[in-house]
Design a protein around this ligand. Structure first.
Ligand SMILES: [Zn+2]
Length: 322
């Protein structure tokens, strides 16, 4: 063991850990969502290029985005919405720095206007700001926030997904409208609508429903609560059907997710595995895929989350190649 304090490497893993362990207030067992929502809003605006330098102002864009995420992700009315709650407090989390206006006494502003009077801007650690320029790192950090703060218990998942599905419908309607109007400047676009939030919530909800196990082979490997070996996979592809309901999902390890998407196996109406008969396999240390033929997949404990038969049927007809 080395002695003394070694500086921590401020890489993606470091910030995933920070994001999963934000210091927040608790009420009736529920954790205050303000900080994770502030971070999601900032990531969104960086992705859109609206925040393009490391000076984060209390702008109308930030206020609007914060409100949108709040409305989508916070189902309970336990918490009072307000950007002024987390904006200064987040400096205790180590990566967020406040540049106050002269004359700011340090007492917490209780309204948005007071916040604007108190703060020039905030900035992130430069290491974090640099990471957030990369789509792949943004996706990881968003996943971490969603996993740590918005899919923590089974009862919430249906609500969150329902909200997410409604959100998706609204987002699509908005896209159609703005497409017709042909006006790209009308509203700030909402980057995470279509990709990251939808996918993050869906994936986390589905894998949580299957207890982080592969429905095909039961493999379960977790690291640090934020990484696991299984994916929440769509049965009918999202790109065609826009169906983010949990019963259009199934939890599969990386291998079996890929094999499912290629049509190497399918699932029948009794949830039994059908494996294509032309696979050539060698698997000295684990069971072959063919060995699982006609076994029942792992099923979620709640009936409402069972894979929808109509989705499984669609996959057998359109993807599976016997
Ligand atoms: Zn598997």
């Amino acid at each position: 063991m080395s002695t003394g304090q070694e500086p921590e490497n401020k890489n993606l893993a470091y910030y995933c850990k920070r994001f999963a362990n934000l210091g927040v207030n608790k009420q009736k067992g529920s954790k205050a969502p303000h900080k994770p929502i502030l971070l999601l809003s900032i990531i969104d605006l960086i992705a859109q290029g609206i925040i393009n330098e490391n000076q984060i102002y209390v702008s109308d864009n930030l206020l609007k985005t914060f409100e949108k995420y709040w409305n989508v992700l916070v189902a309970s009315d336990l918490w009072e919405k307000g950007l002024y709650y987390p904006f200064i407090r987040m400096k205790t989390d180590g990566f967020w720095h406040i540049t106050p206006k002269s004359g700011f006494k340090g007492s917490e502003p209780k309204t948005t206007n007071k916040l604007k009077e108190a703060v020039e801007y905030a900035s992130l650690d430069s290491e974090l700001f640099n990471l957030l320029q990369e789509p792949h790192y943004r996706a990881e950090l968003i996943d971490t926030l969603i996993a740590a703060w918005f899919s923590s218990n089974r009862d919430d998942i249906g609500d969150i997904l329902q909200v997410n599905q409604d959100f998706e419908n609204v987002a699509q309607a908005e896209t159609e409208i703005s497409g017709l109007a042909g006006n790209i400047d009308a509203e700030p676009r909402f980057y995470l609508t279509k990709s990251a939030v939808r996918n993050a919530i869906f994936r986390k909800a589905v894998v949580h429903t299957y207890d982080y196990k592969c429905a095909f082979c039961r493999l379960k490997v977790i690291r640090n609560f934020t990484q696991n070996i299984v994916d929440g996979s769509h049965i009918k592809p999202f790109s065609k059907f826009y169906d983010n309901q949990i019963n259009n999902g199934i939890s599969l390890c990386k291998n079996h997710h890929w094999a499912f998407d290629q049509g190497w196996f399918a699932i029948d109406d009794n949830y039994r595995i059908i494996v294509a008969n032309d696979l050539e396999e060698e698997s000295p240390n684990a069971r072959t895929m063919k060995d699982f033929h006609s076994e029942t997949i792992l099923l979620p404990s709640l009936d409402q989350y069972l894979p929808r038969l109509e989705s499984l049927h669609w996959h057998r007809v359109n993807v599976f190649r016997a």
